[in-house]
Design a protein around this ligand. Structure first.
Ligand code: BG6
Length: 298
């Protein structure tokens, strides 16, 4: 069976290979696992809460309607990264048989009321539709954000993707030289000069308005191990917490697990996007397994 609903989670299995699967927790509509030929592609903390008591530490948490913390009017009371990752989404069911595809929805009725009520006093009416497709060499997550209100409102969107790697110290991210970067640790904006991003300490950067022709590739010891393609997602957050930050996160386990993960997070976060009544906005992340795409340099 290509789609199985286990109550708290949904599992998709490829029609062509029983060892290619995706698991989506209804809480946060968080993809917690994506395996290609039995090889896990996503990092999930051993200490992640999967019971709906906390956003999942790992997989692909969804960030809406704000990235990080914002002092903008209407956002100032929202916790970091909003409420999409802390709400139990409605499973709409299977929308395609081959390749297996499912949809999830979130609107104010399902949203975590404690957090949603902190966004403009819970006055914004919206519908989010998340479509997940398990292809043989990629996992596609598509988001449609609809304004079903009688007034405009603003938002950020981001796929907070935790990719699994063998060792962060052997890892590079390509295709970012020349891009404008806001370093969240230095609190400075500069042009990226490094030919590739390497890691030897905590890193938390927002690359802004990166052409979507550029595939973000994770390269380990010269081999492409992940490819991240974006549609209508101009910004890319690159994050690794390293030793101290990992030590401070109770759900980050094992503590040296930062060696095994890198977050490449496609989003719309350089500013808030204003959506007018009756309008919708769509975007997509497509993550390909390593050898699906050759090394790209634009
Ligand atoms: C990243 C941010 O997207 O998420 C980091 O750039 C943040 O600043 C990280 O630390 C994790 O956030 P959280 O809320 O899941 O601990």
């Amino acid at each position: 069976m290509a789609i199985e609903d286990f109550g708290d989670k949904v599992v998709l299995t490829s029609n062509t290979s029983s060892t290619t699967t995706a698991t989506i927790l209804k809480y946060g509509a968080t993809v917690t696992s994506w395996k290609v030929a039995n090889v896990e592609q996503l990092w999930l903390s051993d200490g992640a809460f999967l019971d709906g008591s906390k956003p999942v530490r790992g997989g692909i948490p969804l960030v809406f309607p704000v990235f990080g913390k914002s002092s903008n009017q209407g956002f100032e009371n929202l916790p970091q990264h909003g409420f999409a990752r802390n709400s139990t989404w409605e499973f709409l069911g299977q929308t395609k048989e081959n390749p297996p595809q499912v949809q999830f929805a979130l609107s104010p009725e399902q949203a975590n009321v404690d957090i949603y009520s902190k966004w403009d006093k819970g006055d914004n009416d919206f519908t989010l539709i998340l479509t997940i497709t398990l292809n043989d060499d990629n996992l596609t997550t598509n988001i449609e954000i609809q304004n079903v209100d009688s007034k405009p409102w603003k938002f950020n969107w981001l796929f907070h993707t935790y990719l699994k790697i063998s060792d962060i110290e052997d890892t590079l991210i390509n295709n970012l030289p020349g891009e404008t970067c806001y370093d969240q640790l230095l609190k400075e904006t500069y042009e990226e000069k490094a030919p590739a991003i390497d890691f030897n300490h905590e890193l938390d950067r927002i690359y802004k308005n990166v052409s979507t022709d550029k595939i973000l590739q994770v390269i380990e010891l010269g081999k492409v191990v992940h490819n991240v393609k974006r549609v209508n997602l101009p910004d890319v957050v690159v994050w690794n917490p390293w030793t101290e930050k990992a030590a401070g996160m109770s759900d980050f386990q094992p503590k040296d697990g930062f060696h095994k993960m890198v977050c490449i997070e496609p989003g719309y976060v350089h500013e808030l996007y204003e959506l007018k009544p009756g309008q919708s906005w769509t975007a997509e992340q497509i993550i390909y397994k390593g050898d699906a795409i050759k090394l790209q340099s634009i």
